[in-house]
Write a protein that binds this ligand. Structure first.
Ligand code: URA
Length: 301
């Protein structure tokens, strides 16, 4: 039976997480509950490469001596609703007010990433994201293609040209929005990124979203939509409505931003293949424009 976390243990756990944060360790995860009796909570920390560097089981009343970091490998039993790590762990950029600096911290954290196989499958560079660090509107695509890989910027190829036109049709410019992808490295042959690759890379995107604090995120295509919403459905089912969105795994510590709306529309590359769907995509964008109080520019003759 899962148990709720004892308040004393919760405090102890918080103190320990703060201690690890101070040492520069920010990524924790929780082991799934198990049958083992008498075991209450474990802290598991991973380093940049995803290697488990520490695992520590906490007991109620345990003194939080920083030196007492015994690596005890035992299962945990925390109440399912109680994701203490999400509640407590603040990312390093979250203590920085300037979004440019905060995004830089995330980029530095990403480093010369080797967390998934894409790093050894021909990527030229990591494509982090581009645009207004305080954008009200953010577009999220799937992953870099050849042009993006070459230039280090998302959506600069043919699909990017169409995205630029879509943005312009909304009465704004590319510079006003923020653009990023679910995966930051080009999948070989432009294949769809694997789920594991999306799951490994998307925590960085979640952190970028939490820094930019947009009013609306537009997920371009099924990969972006399914990853951000953590749900599986067809584009037909996903489009046409807003979702309440909060970046997963990031504690939102800003009283003025506790998430945003998310809309799903067709990926520009799909629209290039099937231009008949452009009208449907325009409907999605009009829904977004209404939310943001944007007016389409008057057509010039
Ligand atoms: N397609 C994407 O999903 N992202 C890009 O950056 C370019 C093409």
């Amino acid at each position: 039976m899962p148990r709720t976390l004892d308040p004393e243990l919760r405090r102890a756990l918080a103190a320990r997480i703060r201690y690890y944060n101070e040492m520069g360790i920010y990524d924790f995860y929780r082991r799934p509950p198990s049958e083992h009796a008498g075991e209450v909570a474990a802290l598991i920390a991973v380093d940049e490469a995803g290697t488990r560097i520490l695992e520590h089981t906490l007991e109620p009343g345990e003194e939080m001596s920083p030196r007492k970091a015994a690596a005890v490998a035992r299962p945990v039993a925390i109440h399912d609703d109680e994701n203490i790590f999400e509640v407590i762990a603040l990312k390093p950029e979250q203590s920085v007010g300037d979004p440019v600096k905060a995004l830089k911290i995330i980029r530095e954290d990403l480093g010369d990433c080797t967390r998934c196989v894409l790093h050894k499958q021909g990527r030229k560079q990591i494509v982090f994201g581009v645009g207004n660090p305080k954008a009200e509107l953010m577009f999220v695509g799937e992953g870099p293609g050849a042009d993006e890989d070459a230039q280090g910027e998302p959506f600069v190829g043919r699909a990017g040209q169409l995205l630029n036109n879509m943005i312009k049709a909304m009465g704004i410019s590319r510079e006003q929005v923020y653009i990023a992808n679910i995966v930051k490295c080009r999948p070989p042959g432009n294949r769809t990124p694997e789920r594991e690759e999306c799951e490994t890379c998307s925590p960085f995107l979640m952190r970028q979203i939490a820094v930019v604090k947009p009013k609306v995120v537009v997920a371009l295509g099924a990969v972006a939509a399914k990853t951000l919403l953590a749900m599986s459905a067809s584009m037909m089912q996903l489009r046409g409505r807003f979702y309440e969105f909060r970046p997963t795994g990031v504690r939102t510590n800003d009283p003025n931003w506790d998430g945003c709306k998310l809309a799903v529309t067709y990926h520009p590359a799909f629209l290039l293949r099937d231009p008949r769907q452009k009208g449907e995509a325009w409907k999605d964008l009009q829904m977004v424009m209404k939310e943001l109080g944007l007016k389409a520019p008057k057509a010039t003759t």
